[in-house]
Design a protein around this ligand. Structure first.
Ligand code: B12
Ligand code: SF4
Length: 502
C-alpha cells in the first residue's frame, strides 16, 4: 500500500468542520473552495459551515440608489465638527452591532459542533468577525476540539498577535496553505508540534514565527471545490476564479490588497491551468458567468490576452467581469481594440480605481495613473458597451478642495460613461506602505492627527483636517451629490446580472 493510500485510510474517518466567516456574498467564497479540495483529496470528510449565509442577511455591494443612500453618505462623510466627532463612534457601534454573534448564530454554531464527531475546526475569517470567531472557539474548546484559524490578514504579525489571545484557538496560519493543509490538519488532530510548519503562529512560537512565503502558482494548485455553496438558492449563478494572485503594479500607498496572505507578491498561473479550471467549473456548476477576483487582471498581458482569446472556446456563451488598473505604462492591454475583443469574449463589466480626478493627488498616492489616459479608457470601454464601476477615495492625506473639484470635473465629463461609483473614505490600514511612511515621517501628513492603530481589526482612527475647511466641505457635498446622481441611473441591461457583485 502506497503512503498516500495509507494516509487516506487514516484520514477517511476524520471530520473537518470548515467555517466560512467571509461569506456575505451571492457567490461562493473562493478561499473555502481552495481549502476544501486538498482536504477532500487527502480523504477527510469536510463539512462547510457558512453561518453568515443564512443567519445574517446578505449585504449587496451596490443597492438601488435612493435619497436614503444619499442621506447616509452625507452623514458618513460629514465634516461638521459635531458630526465628525460622532462618526467614528457611530461606525464602531454599528460594526459591533452588525457583526455580533446573534442568538440564531450561537444556536447554529452549537448545533454544528455538537452534531456529529468533529475532529478539528478550521475557521476562515475576515477581521470584522472577531466576536463570532470567539464564540466558535469557545464552543470548540468546551468540546475539546482543536481550532486552526486563517484568513487574508493573518500574515500580518501585529494583527495575528491580537487574535492569538482568543480562548480556544490552537494556532493561526498566516499564508496560503493549499499544499500543506492536509498535513497541518493531521498534526492538529494528533496533537503534534505545529510550529514546525512555516506560517504557523502559536503563543509559544510567536516571537520567532513568520508568515509562510507566498505560494508558487504551479499547475498543481488545486481547483477550488465550490460544491458546498447552495447554488440552487442563487438564480444568477456566478463562479469566482483567479488567473493570478497579487497586483503587477503593487505600489499604491493606501492599498492593502497587496499586503494580504494571498497577494503579497504578483504571481500568475500557468495559462493552461486557468483555461482548464474555467471549463471544468462551468460544467461542474452548470454556469457560464465568471467573476475574476484578480486585483489587476491586466497585470500580465499574456494571461489577459489568453483569457480574451480563449474564453469563448472553453466556455461558449460565457460572460465575465474583472478588475483592471489603468496605469501609466501606455495602454497596457486596455486599448480600444483589445477592449473590443474582450467585450466580444464576454466581458460585460469592469471595475477600476479612479480614486481621484486630480493628477497631483494621484501622484501622491503612487497610483501610477495618468488622469487623461483614464479618461480615454473610460470613453473607449463605455462606447464598446462595457459597464464601468469605479472607486473614488475621499479624504486622502493632503487632499484639498481643489483636488475634489478636479474629481468633480472629471466625473462630470464622463457622467454618461460611468455606470456606478463607489465612494470610500481613505482608510489608514496597518501593513500598507502608507503605514510605513506615516510611522517614519508623520510630519509629512499635517492633515492627519490623533491617529491610533487598531491591529485587531487592521484599521485606524484618526482626525482629518484639510486646509480651508469650509471650501473643502462644500466641494465634498457637491461630490457626494454628483456620485448619487450617477448611481441612481438605471444600469445597462447586459450588466444587470452583475450588479451588486462588482
Ligand atoms: C472577493 C473579495 C470580496 C468579495 C467576496 C467575499 C467572499 N465571500 O468571497 C466581496 C465583494 C463580497 C467582499 C466584500 C468585502 N471585503 Co473583500 N475581498 C475580496 C478579495 C478581492 C479577494 C478574496 C479572495 O477570494 N482571495 C483569494 C483567496 C485565495 O485568498 P484568501 O481569501 O486570502 O484565502 C487564502 C488565505 O488567506 C488562506 N486562508 C483563508 N482562510 C483560511 C483558513 C484557514 C484555517 C487557513 C489555514 C488558511 C486560510 O488560504 C486561502 C487560500 O490560499 C480580497 C482581496 C485580497 N487581497 O484577497 C478582499 C478582502 C478579503 N476584503 C476585504 C474587505 C475589507 C471587505 C469588506 C469589509 C469591504 C467593505 N468595506 O465592504 C467587505 C465585507 C464582506 C464580508 N463578508 O463581510 C479585505 C480584508 C478583510 C479583513 N479585514 O479581514 C480584503 C483583504 C481587501 C483589502 N485588502 O482590504 N470581498
Ligand atoms: S493597482 Fe489596485 S491592487 Fe494594485 S496596488 Fe494599486 S490599488 Fe492596489
Amino acid at each position: 500500500m502506497g503512503s498516500s493510500e495509507s494516509f487516506n485510510l487514516a484520514t477517511s474517518q476524520k471530520n473537518v468542520l470548515l467555517v466560512d466567516l467571509n461569506n456575505e456574498a451571492p457567490f461562493p467564497t473562493l478561499a473555502i473552495g481552495y481549502l476544501t479540495t486538498p482536504l477532500k483529496n487527502a480523504g477527510y470528510n469536510v463539512d462547510v459551515f457558512a453561518p453568515l449565509a443564512y443567519v445574517n442577511k446578505i449585504l449587496p455591494r451596490d443597492v438601488e440608489e435612493t435619497w436614503k443612500n444619499y442621506a447616509v453618505q452625507r452623514i458618513r462623510f460629514a465634516a461638521h465638527p459635531m458630526i465628525e466627532w460622532a462618526n467614528n463612534l457611530i461606525y464602531n457601534m454599528v460594526s459591533k452591532y452588525r457583526f455580533r454573534p446573534t442568538k440564531p448564530f450561537k444556536e447554529a454554531v452549537a448545533e454544528q459542533i455538537n452534531k456529529e464527531k468533529v475532529d478539528v475546526v478550521l475557521i476562515s475569517a475576515y477581521l470584522q468577525y472577531h466576536e463570532m470567531a470567539t464564540e466558535i472557539c469557545a464552543r470548540a474548546k468546551q468540546q475539546g476540539i482543536p481550532v486552526l484559524l486563517g484568513g487574508p490578514f493573518f500574515n500580518v504579525k501585529d494583527v495575528t498577535k491580537e487574535w492569538l489571545d482568543m480562548e480556544g484557538v490552537t494556532a493561526i496560519f498566516g499564508g496560503e496553505p493549499e499544499f500543506v493543509l492536509d498535513k497541518l490538519v493531521d498534526d492538529l488532530i494528533h496533537e503534534r508540534d505545529l510550529s514546525l510548519h512555516p506560517g504557523i503562529f502559536t503563543k509559544s512560537n510567536f516571537a520567532v514565527a513568520q508568515a509562510a512565503p507566498p505560494l508558487k502558482m504551479t499547475k498543481d494548485l488545486p481547483i477550488p471545490d465550490l460544491g458546498f455553496f447552495s447554488w440552487d438558492n442563487h438564480p444568477h449563478r456566478i463562479i469566482p476564479l483567479m488567473t493570478g494572485r497579487g497586483c503587477g503594479w503593487g505600489k499604491c500607498l493606501f492599498c492593502s490588497d497587496v499586503t494580504t496572505a494571498s497577494t503579497r507578491s504578483y504571481r500568475t498561473r500557468p495559462e493552461q491551468a486557468v483555461l482548464e479550471e474555467l471549463e471544468l467549473q462551468s460544467k461542474r456548476y452548470d454556469c457560464k458567468n465568471f467573476i475574476f477576483f484578480d486585483s489587476k487582471m491586466n497585470s500580465d498581458l499574456e494571461m489577459w490576452n489568453c483569457i480574451i482569446d480563449n474564453m469563448q472556446k472553453v466556455v461558449p456563451g460565457a460572460t465575465w467581469v474583472a478588475t483592471v488598473h489603468v496605469d501609466g505604462k501606455g495602454v497596457n492591454g486596455l486599448e480600444r481594440e483589445t477592449l473590443q475583443k474582450a467585450h466580444d469574449a464576454g466581458l460585460r463589466r469592469m471595475g477600476f480605481g479612479l480614486e481621484t480626478g486630480s493628477q497631483k493627488l494621484n501622484n501622491r498616492m503612487l497610483k501610477g495613473t495618468k488622469v487623461e489616459r483614464m479618461g480615454q479608457f473610460i470613453k473607449d470601454a463605455s462606447e464598446i458597451g462595457i459597464s464601468l464601476r469605479a472607486s473614488v477615495i475621499l479624504g486622502y492625506p493632503g487632499e484639498t478642495y481643489q483636488d475634489i473639484e478636479q474629481t468633480i470635473l472629471f466625473i462630470e465629463e464622463h457622467f454618461e460613461q460611468l455606470d456606478r461609483l463607489h465612494l470610500a473614505k481613505f482608510k489608514a490600514i496597518p501593513s500598507t506602505a502608507f503605514e510605513t511612511r506615516f510611522k517614519k515621517k508623520p510630519f509629512k501628513y499635517p492633515s492627519i492627527s490623533h491617529l491610533e492603530w487598531n491591529n485587531m481589526f487592521a484599521r485606524a482612527d484618526y482626525k482629518f483636517s484639510p486646509p480651508e475647511k469650509n471650501k473643502y466641505r462644500n466641494a465634498k457635498r457637491r461630490l457626494i451629490k454628483l456620485i448619487h446622481d450617477v448611481n441612481k441611473r438605471p444600469l445597462m441591461d447586459s450588466a444587470q446580472q452583475f450588479n451588486g457583485i462588482m
